[in-house]
Design a protein around this ligand. Sequence first.
Ligand SMILES: Cc1cc2nc3c(=O)[nH]c(=O)nc-3n(C[C@H](O)[C@H](O)[C@H](O)COP(=O)(O)OP(=O)(O)OC[C@H]3O[C@@H](n4cnc5c(N)ncnc54)[C@H](O)[C@@H]3O)c2cc1C
Length: 737
Amino acid sequence: MGTVTAPEITTMLTLPGDPVRQIQWRFADRFDLQMLVQSARGVARTTVARLVAAGERNTHEWTAGKAEMLEAFDRAGVTAAFMEPEEGGFIAGPKNLALALSAFELAWVDGGAATASLASFLALSPIHERGTQEQVTRYKSLAAPPQPGEDRKPWRGAFALTEPIPYVGVDTGMLSGKISVAEWNEGEEPWLQVNKRGRFITNIAFANFVTAAVNSCDPRIKGSCMIILEDTDEGTFDRGTPTKKLVHQLSSTGDPIFNLKVPASRIVGGYTVKDGIIVPNFNHGEVIEAVFRRTRVPVGLMTSAKLLSAVEPVIRYQRERFRGAEGSKPGSVRYEQGIQQREDALHRLVDVWAAGEAGTSMGFAAARLFDTLEPIEKQKTAILKERGVQGGRAEMKALKESEHRAVELLSLPENSLRRAELEVDPLVDYVLKDAEANVICPATKLWNTGHGANMMREALSLMGGYGITEDCPGFLGSKWTDSALEAIYEGPEAVQRRQLTVTMTGEVFLAQFRGWTSEMRRIASDRPGTGACTLASAMNLWLWTLNYLQRATDPDGNKLYHGQRQGVTFALADALCWLLASRYQILDVLELEARGAENPVVAEGLAGTVQFLSDLCHTQAAQAAGEASRICGELVFGYNQHPAWQDGEHRNCFLASELEDYEITMPGITSIAVDVLGDDGSHPAKAGPCAGCAGSSEFLRLQNKLTICLSGSRLAKDRAAETVSRVMIPEALDYPA
Ligand SMILES: Cc1cc2nc3c(=O)[nH]c(=O)nc-3n(C[C@H](O)[C@H](O)[C@H](O)COP(=O)(O)OP(=O)(O)OC[C@H]3O[C@@H](n4cnc5c(N)ncnc54)[C@H](O)[C@@H]3O)c2cc1C
């Protein structure tokens, strides 16, 4: 008798669970992170969900209920996730992925709750990144939740950069906050007077300390800095009125006024005294840059969490839509499938789901990259210090050589000796990772929140009128409006685009990007169903367009790729983000496929899950390719003056009378001549003779290829839709409506 084996299930039967996500987002071997996810989820789906359901979002005031939420964070270990074990935390080493996972879980229920948790970390970040050891120890220990048996309340912090109009907003250089010397006795530490007004400052209703950006207005202090203020400092610590915001109401926001006397030791990162002048070790720009490059990643992930959180409520709504109606009997298609009988409803949900997957994959990749980068960055600083190089231009110059080596490494075959030699060079490793991080951090913030907000609107529209009510399961309406804030705070889209336009043209990044394009082709040859080939073609087109635009000029002879020309540079940055998100999404599915069998729970339905997630990749890759193609086409052709019928610009047109003569020697020419002028000057009804474009044939060849590469993508979408119509979901949402 032969053995009977069960047929392999190739359809995804249930929504991807934790074990699948742990593999995709690479924390299957991190028990500490798995615990953190469970704790954050616990608070999100109980305390936070109850607050939202009870209408706590309807007030701008800081309430007892909202304060209780912070204590629930403390009890669950969410607050301690930022600290080192010796500071009261439980995760050793870099914590970017930890904080990203925790923010993701909280935002799954409410963005304001996630922000309330992140804002304290944001306040601590300047100290963590650039503070002196004393500052780090003092503020992180005070902000750590009390240990069992310890009777104290943890300190909360706020980060104050933004100022009342017309000062700091996007442009962080325009500071009005001031410091001056208040008292300076011979041989003693100076005391400083800090004058700062904030606008839209999170956590301000209850903050015990504030890290504020200020500029010197005193010749005895050089430049700007960030400075730590405490609510018990001498002077005014006015928390201001709460901001009447429409979003994130579970966090506190207000416009504070500070006029405080503080010791100079509060300057973040310390200072030196040179010729009787206080010189901060870091100016405010240096501190902020170090902070935002990491903290923007969890913000991007917050919006992606919302998209994925919408899947289950939408499926439930669609399926149950007609239940209870007279003509809709159990067992009938109308009863069982509801709106899911309709292709459009399924396809739109597939789009929402795919965008959520792509953003999440890119965001977690960015968080992990910062975790790996952190020790390498320290190593880089130590090496350069040994060589007598410290910060600023000197460092950039010193790293140029490593950049050349990094580009060389990327050009070498896998098994070459020289490659092996370069791979172990820590400075080469640093510039490679740094180049990638400098692109995917702003890409995550920009694309996940911007495109995410658009897709969130799609998600709630799938619930019809219900979507835009407070009662909507999963609070989708609130999540949509909240996404708009996520696109703004910690620097709105223009800031991210501006950063991308610089970092995406770096030599090292572009060399990596070329490598990634080949990588996608290789993946496509094994896994054509992922859309990797479509993506590779779109990446090629993007790169061609960037090269072209860097050389091309407009009709007035002005350069097209130029910092001031945001119409070109920003659009190209947008196109890149689509491509990158799609790439990381594909890589995560490959990881699942490679490692899924190691976990028996995942192994059981692996083939089906991989098939479905690959179909989502293909769907997303096709959309990304379409966006890139549209943007690149507009940029390549859009800056050429369209020829007009007047002004002799019709030199290349045929005259109708000429054509009659030509027809004798070239029979058929009349039927192919498109721009024909009549003797009376009449012409076809269109803008002018068709435009030509230098280099257009190569662009069109690539674009044509790209269009052909879309083959199969709609079949993938159909297959994904079919799965969405059958996948099992729990009986009810696991948090209150
Ligand atoms: C709820 C909430 C909480 C916040 N929390 C904090 C906090 O805790 N701490 C803090 O310091 N700040 C905080 N902020 C402030 C937030 O970071 C700023 O609102 C944001 O950076 C944008 O600045 P702005 O509002 O002055 O917009 P503006 O600078 O006026 O920008 C308006 C528009 O113009 C565009 N724009 C501006 N400059 C350019 C340019 N050079 N090129 C192209 N386009 C441009 C922008 O993209 C945007 O679309 C918070 C804001 C809100 C709403």
